[in-house]
Design a protein around this ligand. Structure first.
Ligand code: GLU
Ligand code: MG
Length: 467
C-alpha cells in the first residue's frame, strides 16, 4: 500500500527512526545501494542511488536532483516551458519507505519510488507521483470512489550481442508458442522467482504476438502502488534479462511494421468496497456509475493519447487491426476497441470485472497515465455521462457513414495531433495543473521535432532502446 500523504521535510513522524532500522536490515541482507526512482514526462525512468547508510538522511532532507528532467526528451535533449527546463533550481527526492523493495533480480540493490518536493518543502507541481496521489485522494473525498489498477507489461527480448542499436529477436518460436516459452529458458523462471520474492503477484507470463515478444500481467493494487509496481516490474525484467545476455525493450514499437508493445491499463472503480463494474443494472453488470466512468474515459480518449502514447514510436504502434485499440469505441472483450469491458468468469465478476484501456504503452509515465484516465472517468461520473452504444468486431471495417453513426473516431495519428486534442481538453489540463500540462505539451512536440525527417524505420530505431 503506497502512502497517501505528501512527504514532509524532517520526515513524517517516526520515519527517520524507521529508515535507520530499515538501513540496518538492508545491510544485513546484503544490500549496498538503494535505487531512488521516478519517471519523467517523456516516460523515461530516471534514478539516483544511495547506500543504505543515507536512507535516514534521504527521508529527512531528501536527495537533490534538478527539476530539468521534467522537460527532458527521451533522447536526453531538453525543451523548455514558461517555468521548466532551466538549469536553475533543485528538488529533493523523498523515497517512499512503504514501497521500498529489495531487488531479488538485482542482487545488492533495493529500490524505492520517490516523491519530489521543493527545497521549501512544498510538493513539486511537476511530480507525477504526487499528481496521481492527489487525483486518487480527491476521488475518494469528493465522490467516495476508490480504484484498483494494474498495468500490463509487454516486452521484447533481443540478443545483447546484436550489432549496436539493432534488434535481433532472442527467440524465434511462434506467438503464444510452446517453443518460445522453452527458448526463454531459465530467464522466465528466474524472473518469476524474483518477482515473487519482491511481493509481486504475477498473474500470467506468456509469449506474445510480435517477434521476441512476451507479456507479463500482475494483480491489481491502488493506483499509486500499481504505477510503482509497473516501474519495479520493468526494472526486474530488464535486470534478469541482462544476466542472461538478453536485452529488453519496452518501446511501443521495436520495429516499424507490426504489432507493438502495449501497456494496457486495467481499472475498476469501487464505492464502499463494492466493485461498480459488477452486479449493476447497466450493460454487462456495470452500475450507472461505472457506465458513466467508462463514458468519461471514452470522451477524453483523443486528448488522453497525448499522455498514454507519448513517444514518436507510440504512433507506429497505434495502427488499426493490431489490438492496440485506436478507435473511440467500447465493447465487451472487444480487442480492437480502445476500451474493452472485462466481465470475468461467471460467479467471479465482483473480483475481476474491470475496464481495460488499450491505447496506452510503456513509454507512458504510469502515474500521469493513471491520473489522467481517472480524472477523465470522474468527469464522466460527475456529469452522469451516458455510455453510447457498444461495438463488436473491428471498427476498421466501418465506412465513414457507419463510423459517424456510431460515434467511432480514429485516435490522433501523431504527437502534434494528440497535443492539439490535449490542449483543447480543459478537464485533463486542470487535473494536471498548468506546470505538468505545459510540460506534457512541450515534451510531446519536442519529441516530434526530434525525429522530424526520419522514416518509420528510423523512428523505431531511434526509440528502440530508450524505454
Ligand atoms: N500488443 C498489443 C498492443 O500493442 C496488445 C495485444 C494484447 O491484447 O495483449 O497493444
Ligand atoms: Mg498482450
Amino acid at each position: 500500500m503506497a502512502t497517501l500523504a505528501d512527504p514532509v521535510p524532517g520526515g513524517r513522524p517516526g520515519e527517520t527512526r524507521r529508515a535507520a532500522a530499515l538501513a540496518a536490515e538492508l545491510t544485513a541482507r546484503g544490500v549496498h545501494g538503494i535505487v531512488l526512482a521516478y519517471v519523467d514526462t517523456a516516460g523515461v525512468g530516471r534514478v539516483k542511488t544511495i547506500p543504505p547508510a543515507r536512507l535516514a538522511a534521504a527521508v529527512t532532507r531528501g536527495v537533490g536532483m534538478s527539476p530539468v528532467f521534467d522537460t527532458f526528451l527521451s533522447d536526453d535533449s531538453i525543451v523548455t516551458t514558461d517555468v521548466l527546463g532551466s538549469p536553475d533550481g533543485d528538488l529533493r527526492l523523498f523515497p517512499d519507505l512503504d514501497a521500498l523493495t529489495v531487488l531479488a533480480g538485482q542482487p545488492g540493490w533495493a529500490w524505492a519510488p520517490v516523491d519530489r518536493i521543493t527545497q521549501e518543502g512544498a510538493p513539486h507541481p511537476g511530480c507525477s507521483r504526487t499528481f496521481l496521489r492527489r487525483i486518487v485522494t480527491e476521488a475518494a473525498e469528493r465522490y467516495g470512489l476508490t480504484f484498483q489498477a494494474a498495468v500490463e507489461i509487454e516486452w521484447t527480448v533481443g540478443l545483447d550481442s546484436a550489432p549496436a542499436g539493432e534488434f535481433v529477436p532472442a527467440v524465434s518460436g511462434p506467438a503464444y508458442g510452446a517453443i518460445r516459452q522453452v527458448e526463454l529458458g531459465y530467464m522466465g523462471a528466474e524472473l518469476l522467482a524474483a518477482l515473487a520474492a519482491q511481493g509481486v503477484d504475477v498473474e500470467q507470463l506468456h509469449p506474445e504476438y510480435a517477434p521476441g515478444q512476451f507479456e507479463l500481467s500482475v494483480g491489481a493494487l491502488d493506483p499509486v502502488a500499481a504505477a510503482d509496481r509497473s516501474v519495479l516490474v520493468r526494472q526486474t525484467i530488464r535486470a534478469v534479462a541482462r544476466r542472461h545476455g538478453l536485452r529488453v525493450s519496452f518501446a511501443p514499437a521495436v520495429v516499424a511494421d507490426g504489432v507493438g508493445n502495449g501497456g494496457h491499463l486495467h481499472l475498476s472503480c469501487h464505492r464502499a468496497g463494492v466493485n461498480l463494474h459488477a452486479g449493476g443494472e447497466g450493460r454487462y453488470g456495470m452500475t450507472a456509475g461505472a457506465e458513466s466512468f467508462v463514458a468519461g474515459v471514452l470522451a477524453h480518449l483523443p486528448a488522453l493519447t497525448a499522455v498514454t502514447a507519448p513517444s514518436p514510436a507510440s504512433h507506429l504502434r497505434l495502427k488499426p487491426s493490431r489490438w492496440a485499440g485506436v478507435f473511440t469505441a467500447w465493447g465487451r472483450e472487444t480487442r480492437e476497441a480502445a476500451l474493452r469491458i472485462v466481465t470475468g468468469t461467471a460467479g467471479h465478476a465482483d473480483e475481476s470485472a474491470n475496464l481495460e484501456i488499450k491505447p496506452v504503452d510503456l513509454a507512458a509515465n504510469p502515474y500521469l497515465a493513471l491520473g489522467c484516465v481517472i480524472a477523465a472517468g470522474i468527469d464522466g461520473v460527475a456529469a452522469a455521462l451516458p455510455l453510447p452504444q457498444e461495438i463488436t468486431g473491428d471498427p476498421a471495417r466501418y465506412d465513414a457513414e457507419e463510423a459517424a453513426a456510431l460515434g467511432v473516431r480514429r485516435l490522433p495519428e501523431s504527437l502534434p495531433e494528440a497535443v492539439e486534442a490535449f490542449r483543447a481538453d480543459q478537464v485533463l489540463r486542470s487535473a494536471l495543473g498548468p506546470v505538468l500540462a505545459d510540460a506534457v505539451s512541450a515534451v510531446r512536440l519536442g519529441e516530434a521535432a526530434a525525429v522530424e525527417g526520419l522514416d518509420d524505420a528510423g523512428v523505431a530505431a531511434a526509440c528502440r532502446w530508450r524505454y
